[in-house]
Write a protein of this length. Structure first.
Length: 388
């Protein structure tokens, strides 16, 4: 029997890499649904290649545009909006949902998959940032597994295999440091979106690339790790590793460190998640150990990159604070990408919104979504007040 896949965010970087991996083992997988936002030309191409049973897009306008590009046998399979995304997630009995939608938009479909007892290959870190306690509790209740796709969390997941939780001293998340790792602090405000989008090691979507430049991405990963691995924030460490060859490490109580290494190729953790619990030969690139340069490690500079400290603060505060952090960050990053906000203003905006928040509880998905809405509104108000 082929493993049936629902791929949410199929036109993004993770989605495209996932379909590339699936194509290498076409006899093992069947793509039953694809979901995207408005990249209808690419989605139409993917639909012709994989012939899913459902195609979901953001709105009716995108749905109309998509139908014009599809052959007759696929036109009647297009759905849109929140209901469409849920249909793409749950219909046709997928065995695995690849959750790779950008930002908090991935929360409802991912939660719906878990609530239905469907395993999730999780690339949408914002789901656990905003609602980690709710999602993990529901996964435990329904027997759904969350298999991490982020390279760092996939690495930790693999380093923990076969060991006991009480043997772990620290989880170490590695970070490349982004394109501005060595920039003087007084030059950061002037950097452009074009510069920030030139990640030194990874090819990713624009939002996550900017988050990597501010180190907010690593902060979001810290919160995600707290829930994925049921650990405390004091047990999670971050280290800058510019070569991005060690994807993360686990430190054990006996002094041993277990690390996972590999090329900076997202297809490797994607392939691990799709094949889990088996390891399959996908014909992907491997490391040439004899050609490797020195591996170096540094402390993150929280003075120049305060976003990481903000994320630790929000994570420890709990309640709605992580959802507020994430919502405000999404608005601020969009403003920077549009050329309206300077680079340092991203973190300043997030900090201002966090400081104005009462960090109320987030005891339901509805409360999490309300915290997200509130944070976006406050971030927009902050930007307007500064003429942005």
């Amino acid at each position: 029997m082929k493993r049936r896949l629902a791929i949410l965010g199929s036109t993004g970087s993770i989605g495209r890499n996932t379909l590339d991996v699936v194509a290498k083992k076409s006899g093992m997988f069947e793509v039953v649904s694809l979901a995207a936002a408005r990249s209808v030309e690419l989605l139409a191409e993917q639909a012709r290649l994989f012939e899913p049973e459902i195609l979901a897009v953001l709105d009716e306008q995108a749905a109309r545009a998509l139908k014009k590009l599809l052959p007759a046998n696929l036109k009647n399979k297009v759905v849109f909006g929140s209901a469409g995304y849920l249909e793409a997630t749950l219909a046709n009995d997928p065995d695995l949902v690849l959750s790779a939608m950008v930002g908090s938009a991935g929360l409802l479909p991912t939660y719906a998959a878990v609530e239905a007892g469907i395993d999730v290959a999780l690339a949408n870190k914002e789901t656990l940032v905003a609602a980690g306690e709710l999602v993990m509790a529901k996964a435990g209740e329904k027997g759904a597994s969350l298999i991490p796709v982020d390279s760092e969390h996939s690495a930790i997941f693999q380093c923990l295999m076969g060991n006991h939780k009480n043997e772990v001293r620290h989880i170490w998340l590695t970070a490349s440091g982004g394109p501005f790792r060595n920039y003087p602090a007084d030059e950061l405000a002037a950097v452009t979106a074009k510069q920030a989008l030139k990640h030194p090691n990874w090819s990713m979507g624009p939002k996550i690339t900017i988050d990597s430049a501010t180190l907010m991405n690593k902060g979001l990963e810290v919160i995600e790790a707290r829930w994925l691995f049921d650990t405390g924030f004091n047990e999670i460490k971050v280290v800058i590793h510019p070569q991005s060859m060690i994807h993360s490490l686990v430190e054990y109580v006996d002094g041993s460190f277990v690390a996972q290494m590999g090329p900076a190729d997202m297809r490797i953790p994607i392939a691990f998640a799709l094949g889990y619990p088996e390891r399959l030969d996908w014909g992907l690139e491997t490391l040439d150990l004899t050609a490797m340069s020195d591996l170096t490690f540094e402390e993150p500079d929280l003075t120049r990159f305060p976003a990481l400290a903000l994320a630790f603060e929000a994570g420890r505060a709990g309640g709605a604070a992580p959802a507020v952090l994430n919502g405000a960050n999404e608005v601020a990053v969009a403003s920077f990408l549009n050329g309206n906000l300077d680079f340092c203003g991203i973190t300043a905006c997030v900090q201002a919104v966090l400081e104005s928040s009462g960090h109320n509880g987030a005891d339901s998905v509805a409360e999490v979504l309300e915290a997200d809405r509130w944070a976006r509104e406050k971030a927009s108000d902050w930007l307007k007040a500064r003429g942005v």
